[in-house]
Design a protein around this ligand. Structure first.
Ligand SMILES: Cc1cc2nc3c(=O)[nH]c(=O)nc-3n(C[C@H](O)[C@H](O)[C@H](O)COP(=O)(O)O)c2cc1C
Length: 369
């Protein structure tokens, strides 16, 4: 209902102004006219079927910086570097099969061929069961992977036949002990499912770098609660940080442990880069421990969220900078050839995919658009 409040207000305002105009002063038509136009626009947003975002957020979905709404488009701030692609006078033939990139370094025993565009992490809870299932069916049809998001591996992720990247966040939802730590046995059991092709350890995301997340109690239905191993009807907090490690070395060792528990499936990280120094410290830890993730998904600060805090978009590196930081750091420590890089944040068109590949990514992720 809250999503449609602006439309409701416009409609009520238009009706009141029209009543006032017909009952008394004709000057009220100056207010009624624009309000009626807004109402008509909102109704059009609501009934159209082309853009699900606009349908969910009539009127406000048109604004570029609304919390709870994924944001799209280029950075138009003054001084922003304009990015563009160059064409070639030596075009090549299109590939017969859609290209894929092999994910899995030397410590991985079950490498996975990842499509160049996949469904980014969208948790069950932030998304409804039919939405999760629809994305999973789409992944099966299109031969790409669906990231489960941090809300657990639900039955809806397993019904459509699509490949899954199972994301583990700071709340370890779906494989958590009563005191909020990793339940290794439950993790191993679920990671062994054939649909789970990769495991992703989420450190942070673009819309909430370092801030964790909150799923309001009204969204915690019995089935969401069951999948997350939390009480129904109560707000669910994803803590800002992990409890299973506290230093870069412990992080990479935890990653190696997850990969072993997952039977050697590709295991990687997802983060929005904040301080470059921190990511460099993680790279040093990879070298020191001789452990590397199979992939790193870089989220840009421009990325959307199901629960954006007010500072969303203001903290963390935008995707271009984050991507180049991760690519260059991995090249610098000599690990780039065994770590694949995924990019998510504002990927909406084929040109976006090509741009991100040119900037250092091997593949991209996007929410359903
Ligand atoms: C409804 C919704 C739920 C999300 N849930 C998660 C999540 O559970 N885990 C995660 O890592 N990112 C989550 N994200 C972030 C996306 O995976 C992705 O990184 C972000 O949307 C990319 O930015 P874009 O929306 O500009 O493409 C979510 C985003 C949305 C819109």
């Amino acid at each position: 209902m809250r999503r449609r409040l602006p439309l409701l207000l416009a409609a009520v305002g238009a009706a009141c102004a029209a009543l006032a105009a017909s009952a008394g002063s004709a000057r009220w038509w100056f207010a009624a006219g624009p309000l009626l136009a807004l109402t008509a626009l909102g109704v059009r947003d609501l009934v159209q079927r082309r853009d699900s975002l606009l349908r969910a957020y009539p009127l406000t979905g048109r604004l570029p910086f609304v919390p709870f709404v994924p944001r799209h488009g280029r950075d138009e701030r003054p001084g922003a570097v304009r990015e563009f692609l160059v064409s070639s006078l030596a075009p090549v033939e299109p590939a017969e099969e859609p290209p894929v990139v092999r994910v899995g370094g030397p410590d991985c025993r079950l490498p996975y061929d990842m499509a160049l565009l996949n469904v980014s992490a969208l948790s069950f809870g932030a998304l409804s069961a039919p939405a999760v299932l629809a994305l999973n069916r789409g992944a099966a049809l299109g031969r790409f992977a669906q990231d489960t998001g941090e809300g657990g591996l639900s039955e809806h992720h397993l019904r459509g036949g699509g490949d899954l990247v199972w994301e583990i966040g700071t709340g370890y939802f779906g494989c958590r002990t009563g005191d909020g730590r990793l339940d290794a046995r439950e993790f191993a059991d679920k990671a062994a499912l054939p649909e789970v092709r990769c495991v992703s350890l989420k450190l942070s995301q673009g819309a909430a770098p370092g801030g964790g997340a909150l799923l309001p109690g009204v969204k915690v239905s019995a089935s969401v609660a069951l999948e997350r191993n939390v009480p129904a009807g109560e707000p669910v907090v994803s803590p800002p940080g992990h409890r299973e490690y506290s230093t870069p070395r412990e992080l990479v060792l935890f990653l190696a442990r997850l990969r072993e528990l997952a039977g050697g499936k590709p295991t990687g990280l997802k983060l929005c880069v904040g301080s470059r120094r921190e990511f460099l410290a993680v790279c040093r830890a990879m070298v020191a421990e001789g452990v590397a993730p199979d992939f790193v998904v870089v989220d840009g600060s421009e990325g959307g969220s199901g629960a954006a805090p007010p500072y969303a978009g203001e903290v963390g590196l935008p995707l271009t900078e984050g991507l180049m930081t991760v690519h260059n750091a991995l090249v610098g420590v000599g690990l780039r050839d065994r770590v694949r890089i995924g990019a998510s944040g504002g990927v909406a068109t084929g040109a976006d995919v090509v741009r991100r590949l040119a900037q250092g990514a091997d593949y991209t992720n996007a929410p359903a658009r």
